[in-house]
Design a binder for this molecule. Structure first.
Ligand SMILES: Nc1ncnc2c1ncn2[C@@H]1O[C@H](COP(=O)(O)OP(=O)(O)OP(=O)(O)O)[C@@H](O)[C@H]1O
Ligand SMILES: [Mg+2]
Length: 422
């Protein structure tokens, strides 16, 4: 006999691969298992919180059920049942407005905790952020933003851990953390979401840099100062780890391992392999002392918001595809600088012919700003270049798979950086 859970499982198997945040898009789901269903609101509409395991990955899904679905929710429908239509509840402003209020102590389900000293209103109107990204974000009354992590991973989540630690040292240039959503899986807490202050009228750095390059020149130095300020705060929040030469060997080994994993089967990288590996090896001999610390982990122009006349860095979750242990590991802060510099190169290629001179000016302005607070990144060319090359190799692999026309951008950067370093 087919049960309601079997029917739901089948419907989710068809629906999940169509979601932007679903990791296994390149293959049909194998085993789908609805692990846990927590009713959050009864009645019509009803709201359910669901943990679903797909081929070893665990996701959170919010499901609504209504006897009949309003036209504006038609696209959110997942399954027709005798009890009503089951649909993706994050699109339902009415249900989402009541979400925070009904997460105050479910047995065996998700729990929302307000941060010490914060006050959160639970009755604000909610709307979904129109662009679905790696996660799903909800905006409450233009005052809060709740990011729901779609992948559920037991253990410390960097977005939550870093924002909490940054707040504890009074860090500037980050959005205040107001609360977190957690569930226990396998006896270990897993982060489901983070609530933060919403910055009104924010524009992200990528949009600013690509709509008016000339106007962005003044912003790049300020961005450099802001990133250095956040690095400083991360270092004092967690305490830096002074590293000896051995650790630089670890860094070099890690760059080699990443290269081997990323470059496998990519013929465009083969001609550069020797020079790339030499650049990674030079890291072993770079002159220190060096300090590893917690870093942003996925810094680019899209992760910086301009609002209220200042830069705010967002999204400290690291590279979502990496395991948590990797994302929580201390790294050299120049890794963040390098990924931001790569972002300037991309912005310089936006909309036609590359404006290489502009990218160079932005790099210098950013590093000038950074150097007002911390050491000048340009004083460590070996490390900086190695991290930029590492990121460019990742980009070649990504572009080849998703936007083949763009592969020339990181390939051009590899040629340029290797040329400058030789
Ligand atoms: N505090 C904030 N105030 C205003 N807008 C914000 C805030 N935080 C995030 N946003 C907006 O929400 C978007 C998504 O946020 P974020 O990058 O944290 O989500 P994500 O799902 O991790 O995205 P990605 O797929 O890029 O990793 C941002 O690009 C920004 O436009
Ligand atoms: Mg993210």
């Amino acid at each position: 006999m087919t049960t309601a859970v079997d029917t739901l499982t089948g419907a989710l198997a068809g629906w999940l691969p169509r979601q932007r945040w679903y990791a296994g898009k390149d293959r049909a789901p194998g085993t789908v298992h609805v692990e846990r269903v927590t009713p959050l609101l009864h009645g019509d509409p009803a709201l359910l919180h669901v943990l679903v395991a797909v081929d070893g990955e665990r996701y959170q899904v919010l499901l609504g059920r209504r006897s009949s679905l309003p036209a504006d929710l038609a696209d959110a429908a997942i399954l027709d049942t005798p009890g009503g239509v089951v649909y993706a509840a994050t699109h339902d402003g009415e249900l989402m407005s009541r979400l925070l209020g009904c997460l105050q102590g479910t047995a065996d389900g998700p729990v929302f905790d307000t941060e010490p000293g914060a006050r959160v209103a639970f009755d604000l109107p909610a709307r979904i952020l129109p662009v679905e990204q790696s996660n799903t974000s909800l905006i409450f009354g233009d005052r809060y933003i709740l990011k729901l992590f779609r992948r559920v991973l037991p253990g410390a989540h960097p977005d939550v851990e870093l924002h909490r630690a940054l707040h504890s040292v009074g860090a500037r240039h980050v959005a205040r953390m107001l609360g977190s959503l957690t569930v226990e899986v396998d006896g270990i807490p897993a982060a489901l979401g983070i609530l933060q202050e919403f910055l009104p009228d924010a524009q992200d750095g990528w949009t600013l840099a690509t709509t008016d390059r000339a106007a962005f020149a003044g912003e790049a130095a300020e961005l450099g100062r802001s990133v250095a300020t956040v690095h400083n705060a991360l270092s004092s929040a967690f305490g830096p780890r002074n590293i000896a030469v051995d650790d630089l060997a670890d860094t070099a080994d890690r760059l080699h391992l990443r290269f081997a994993a990323l470059a496998d089967g990519i013929p465009e990288l083969a001609p550069h392999e020797r020079a790339l590996r030499e650049a990674f090896d030079r890291v072993r001999t770079a002159r220190g002392p060096f300090t590893l610390q917690r870093v942003h982990g996925d810094l680019h122009l899209g992760q910086a918001l301009r609002s209220g006349g200042r830069w705010t860095l967002i999204d400290f979750e690291g590279e979502p595809g990496q395991p948590l242990a990797e994302r929580n590991a201390p790294r050299h802060p120049l890794q963040d600088v390098a990924t931001m510099l790569r972002s300037f190169d991309y912005a310089a290629h936006h909309g036609g012919a590359a404006d290489v001179a502009w990218a160079q000016r932005m790099r210098d302005a950013f590093c000038d700003g950074y150097a007002e607070i911390l050491d000048d990144p340009r004083d460590q060319p070996v490390l900086l270049h190695a991290f930029e090359l590492d990121k460019a190799v990742y980009e070649v692999a990504y572009e080849r798979a998703h936007r083949p026309d763009w592969t020339s951008i990181p390939l051009g950067a590899i040629t340029r950086i290797l040329g400058a370093a030789s």
